[in-house]
Design a protein around this ligand. Sequence first.
Ligand code: FBP
Length: 548
Amino acid sequence: MTKSALQIARAAYQPKVPAALKGAVKAVDGAYTESVADQDDIKKLFPNTYGMPVVTFEKSNEKKELPAMNVGVILSGGQAPGGHNVIAGLFDGIKANNAASRLYGFILGPGGLIDHKYMELTADIIDEYRNTGGFDMIGSGRTKLETKEQFDKGLEILKELDIKALVIIGGDDSNTNACVLAEYYKAINAGVQVIGCPKTIDGDLKNEQIETSFGFDTACKVYSEVIGNIQRDCNSAQKYWHFIKLMGRSASHIALECALQTQPNICIISEEVEEKNMSLDDIVTYIAGIVAKRAAEGHNFGTVLIPEGLIEFVPAMKRLIAELNDFLAKHDAEFKMIKKSEQRAYIISKLTKENSDLYASLPEGVARQLSLDRDPHGNVQVSLIETEKLLSEMVGKKLAEWKAEGKYVGKFAAQHHFFGYEGRCAAPSNYDADYCYSLGYTASCLIAAGKTGYMSSVRNTTAPADKWIAGGIPVTMMMNMEKRHGEMKPVIQKALVKLDGAPFKKFAANRDEWAMTTSYVYPGPIQYFGPTEVCDEPTKTLQLEQAK
Ligand code: FBP
């Protein structure tokens, strides 16, 4: 396989790890824990794994010889930079405890466990993938591991391979399911420990105990590099407004972090839109207002960042989508009989007044998308909606009205971008390479300590890696009860952008200035070699959140 010069050089990079992980390690149990909410319900659902203590790993003076142990690993959900380093850290950790231990990777996500598709991960394979992006060492998938049948089927192969511990690398849902699996295996005395690792570029798996999910750092740096490049082009040609949609299924952490890194003219934060009960028209008026003000100063250019999940946070759109979902589920056959050219008018005639007016105001393409593309559960696939085009089209319309009324004088030409897949498999930044390797190594320590139902945790990561704190957090500690598909379920709380948190406050305090003054920052590409202040800087989000 041909490799780039950077790939070859990067393979030799030694991830930095917490000082405590550099030799023999001992587990120190803290106080017993409670779940963040709904303690009685969670306790009842997790009688064997509820209330366990937080664990911290410290340096030990005695090296204990541990028995050889086979371990399995699964990558679950969307790709995130650093996944391979979690596996490399886990591999090195179990081998350090006993060279005869083996690591098995289940292929293409949780489905590999159920379908008994696996491969042994030997030193040669691991070495090929150290410090690389992607999940292609074993692949990933979105199969949900949640039924007893799946757990039992999985146990068959775990027994066959003599696997005593399973590490599931995933987001909030996958880690919730990992905990349910841990509870089940403990309840039936299966002899298999289950450990989770916090992954997702979306950055929404974090809480008091987990500082950040891995991949967020690298993905945001990649997007910020390209946004910076666009801003430089924008400021050079001074003729376009760039509407840039950024991945992040639900929360706006990525858009916010990129805004903090690049200082665009506009960034929309979904959580604020919801909080202020803003309509689509309010958002459009806000953007058009800034476009008009800049035009009055002779600046007919700018940048707008838009989070991928925005539509679902606009309360009126949420209501429209809910009514459309219901209506089309009930009248599917009748709807399909209507001629394509008449479908829009048909829907407008059937919805309640508020939703009908909103639907009628949407551009043709978006209206069509809302009525056509549905997922297997009958829901509109909001992530397919081209919000960047929707907003620029509506802004263009508003500006034309304002022009006719003499309220706006300027030119408005838009370019559109969507950044998501460009960053999900990037070569991990030093932060992610170090953080991921440490998470994997910590998982091996949790296994050695006999723990199950824990998430691997590495904290204090704005300090030099030497001072990072490795440990484990009982997953039940992060849980509450939420309604999912009409039923109350125990789940890890998803972290949305906090409007009273330091990152949003910093953005809010500066956005009016950034709107008018063209204060673009150009972060440039991720640097893997060079001075630590250039190569090791954590995200602005983390720095602001952790500032003492
Ligand atoms: P995870 O939460 O599983 O890590 O995935 C995050 C994500 O990258 C979102 O930002 C995005 O909306 C989604 O995955 C897209 O996934 P897919 O490529 O499977 O449609």
